[in-house]
Design a protein around this ligand. Structure first.
Ligand SMILES: [Mg+2]
Length: 207
């Protein structure tokens, strides 16, 4: 492996946040005695957190969810991923491994802990903490400064064509796109690797 560091996106790269949104909505709807359409829910979960919560727009649902759930936070519905954990550990034995993620600091740290358990990652750069979001150059430059490495020795792994791939490529990092089966036509920049799922990463980069 030629990389001194591998930086990962978090949502839908190391943790399955789409499934967490579905579990959250199912739980909240059940608590309120409401039936959600499964296909519509999956579609909403892929759209984002706000679309899911808009399905649960009745105050009755929100109150019921609040009473019955251990936490109102979708982050708590992220499940442990042995695949992600194994990849991070395997690559971490040969290179520095860290995170660059968009979101609120507390929320992203909960997701990270839920998905990977206790694992050594550094740096962990979260937009809510540093005040700038991907794909802005500044958040990638901040991570590089912490690493103290030139951009071309760092691989960025993520699922978002714009926030992750374009953002990382613009600062000169190498880039690996997790397609989740989507067409490469969604990419707006050249990337070094395309894989369908996180467990293909070590083989793709020969770690
Ligand atoms: Mg993502």
């Amino acid at each position: 492996m030629t990389f001194r560091a591998v930086l990962f996106d978090l949502d839908n790269t190391l943790c399955d946040v789409v499934s967490a949104r579905v579990r959250y909505a199912v739980h909240a709807a059940r608590a309120a005695g409401i039936q959600l359409d499964a296909a519509g829910l999956r579609h909403a979960a892929e759209e984002g957190t706000e679309t899911v919560t808009s399905l649960l727009k009745h105050e009755q649902v929100r109150r019921a969810a609040w009473r019955t759930m251990p936490s109102h936070d979708i982050a708590c519905h992220v499940e442990f991923s042995q695949a992600a954990r194994s990849v991070v550990e395997r690559i971490g034995s040969q290179a520095q491994v860290g995170i660059v993620s968009n979101g609120r600091s507390r929320t992203q740290m909960v997701k990270l802990r839920q998905a990977l358990g206790d694992v050594a990652l550094w740096p962990i750069v979260i937009s809510g903490q540093v005040g700038v979001r991907k794909p802005a150059r500044r958040i990638f430059d901040h991570a590089l400064a912490l690493l103290g490495m030139p951009a071309d020795e760092v691989l960025f792994v993520g699922d978002d064509p714009l926030e992750d791939m374009l953002g990382a490529a613009r600062v000169g990092m190498r880039a690996c796109w997790i397609s989740h089966g989507r067409s490469p036509e969604q990419l707006t920049c050249a990337v070094d690797y395309v894989i369908e799922a996180i467990d293909e990463l070590p083989e793709a980069i020969h770690a």
